[in-house]
Design a protein around this ligand. Sequence first.
Ligand SMILES: N[C@@H](CCC(=O)N[C@@H](CS)C(=O)NCC(=O)O)C(=O)O
Length: 251
Amino acid sequence: MTTGTRVTFIPGMQALYAEALKNICYVKKIPLIRVLHPFMGVDKETGKDRQEKLYELTSQTSLPTMFHNDEHPRSNWTEQLALAERAGASDSPALIPDDFRQRVEMFGLCAIVLAEDGLVWNMRILADGPLGRKYGYSVEASAQAPDKMAEIVRVIDAQLQAQEERGSKYLVGDAISAADVYWATMSMAVIPASPEIMPRTKQNEGLLAMFAASSQIPQLKEALSDRLEKQRDYILTTYCETPAVLGGDPI
Ligand SMILES: N[C@@H](CCC(=O)N[C@@H](CS)C(=O)NCC(=O)O)C(=O)O
């Protein structure tokens, strides 16, 4: 495949970065060609690492990887967002504000959710395991993770409250931005979403249980608010495709 916008997914699984990119592309009205993300491990028939080709192309193996026409593949959210903003339909909302002050706010909010040491990053090191190790699990880092996650949630909540007071439903300025779409999607890791938003599949039971457990971590429970859930549901149901289309085997 050499044309169109191709993004790697795991059928039936709401891998959050892939889910977020799908939502970003939906808002930007970019038709997506879904490509199967190669699973970890060795192919029994060929004896080869299943992710060898992906590694050869992108020097990494996380999902989603985004391909657009014959451009270089993009595996980091900042690059993927820039591409989506450029490739999106002319009648789609701008997700990166023109105003540079707002852009500072927008990328700052996205970074504390998506970047290294952000919300999702810290969620991954809550427990020891291959994924936790890949993202720098240590006993000390893991012990700090719940407080960091709660602090991030409080920053987002305070921003929403301040915005509400000035009459805006959005995290930045008076219009939707990538911060709303990324936060709304990633928040599903700490504020479980209803099946009307995130359908249940045979493949995502474990991940949903993990997200439900995160929402019960005492520090997070204290930081979460109705405001966060309401704004999240508003963004997902108004701007994104709900119920989310996951593929896989619905329950
Ligand atoms: N590389 C992406 C992050 C993507 C990411 O963390 N993806 C997760 C799934 S949502 C993943 O693939 N984890 C498994 C792995 O890294 O092997 C970025 O920095 O924007």
